[in-house]
Design a protein around this ligand. Structure first.
Ligand code: FAD
Ligand code: FES
Length: 292
């Protein structure tokens, strides 16, 4: 069974604005930071591939919240409590976020979106470009039996092994790669300048990695990164008849289905496409349904 997207959850609770204290905030790679929030309700409910909308309280620039993927969740004394996000310093929000200190608080709402279904494949191939790894760690940890996420209703399907292929501009951009190794993933890197791993794109890495032995029918692919990279991974998987899920990173404003800022063109069963809201009907879609 592939790691397909699960149905959209009800967002009534998830739309409630929360205030969460910053527990820790540290730089983990070039222009990349990891922030831990004390937020038990999101820690208890989030499943791999879901996200939250975040704002810095009492700041009106930027006015709109920004989506960040739930990277991982942690318990204290056996009770879900902390939520980690990893972000790339990019524009107005993330530049301001760098200035937030432990003890400050953030406004957020979530968990949002459909997230990945529990992966149940012999081999899960997760593929990230740039900061796209943030949507994939929890999926790998869950599949390898390292962690459980969400409510008890979520089945804990297992995968035999996880291969992680990650492409970035240069070696300094890889943030917390040790998390994937600690989870038990077989990690392979590619950089455009050759400073780590294969020189080239993540597609060059996939071609190299599977040159002598194709990944095989028991493989499911899950992917997140810049849109052209996801389109290329989608074609790579389709050429091998592999199921591929992608987590789209369309810009968002509300995160809960109201504003239609986040639409993507998604095909239905009849092959016709229509606009779908990435925040509630995604961000995870079957790659073959996305009109790139
Ligand atoms: C579901 C989801 C999960 C995400 N998870 C993460 C994460 O874990 N870590 C992380 O670093 N980022 C993540 N992002 C991306 C992040 O939300 C955006 O990069 C956000 O715009 C950053 O806010 P900013 O104010 O710093 O930059 P902005 O000022 O919003 O953006 C600066 C520039 O980038 C452009 N831009 C913004 N968003 C996008 C986009 N999605 N695609 C293409 N161009 C864009 C804008 O047009 C603008 O020119 C996620 C996005 C989505 C939808
Ligand atoms: S971000 Fe508002 S509808 Fe999706």
């Amino acid at each position: 069974m592939p790691a397909t997207a699960q149905p959209a959850a009800c967002h009534a609770d998830a739309a409630r604005h929360l205030r969460a204290a910053v527990v820790s905030h540290e730089q983990v790679a070039e222009a990349t930071w990891r922030i831990r929030l004390d937020c038990p309700s999101i820690a208890a409910a989030a499943v791999p591939g879901q996200f939250a909308m975040l704002r810095i309280p009492d700041r009106h620039d930027p006015l709109l919240a920004r989506p960040l993927a739930v990277y991982d969740t942690f318990a204290a004394d056996g009770v879900p409590r902390f939520v980690d996000f990893i972000y790339l310093v990019h524009g107005r929000f993330t530049k301001a976020l760098v200035g937030v200190r432990p003890g400050d608080s953030l406004t957020l709402w979530g968990p949002l979106g459909n997230g990945f279904r529990p992966a149940a494949a012999n081999h899960l191939l997760i593929v990230a470009g740039g900061i796209g790894q943030t949507a994939l760690l929890a999926l790998a940890r869950e599949g390898l039996g390292q962690a459980r996420y969400g409510t008890r209703d979520r089945s804990a399907a297992r995968v035999g092994r996880v291969t992680f292929c990650w492409g970035a501009r240069h070696a300094g951009m890889f943030a917390a790669v040790e998390d994937f190794r600690a989870a038990g993933c077989d990690v392979h890197l590619a950089t455009l300048d050759g400073s780590a791993g294969t020189r080239g794109t993540v597609i060059d890495l996939l071609d190299e990695r599977f040159a002598s032995a194709e990944p095989g029918v028991g493989t499911a692919v899950a992917c997140c990164g810049p849109e052209p990279m996801m389109a290329a991974v989608s074609r790579w998987a389709a050429a091998r008849s592999l199921h591929c899920d992608v987590s789209l990173e369309t810009p968002m404003a509300c995160g809960v289905g109201i504003c239609f800022t986040c639409v993507a063109r998604i095909r239905d069963a009849g092959g016709e496409w229509d606009y779908r809201r990435t925040c509630v009907e995604g961000p995870v879609f079957n790659a073959r349904d996305v009109v790139w």
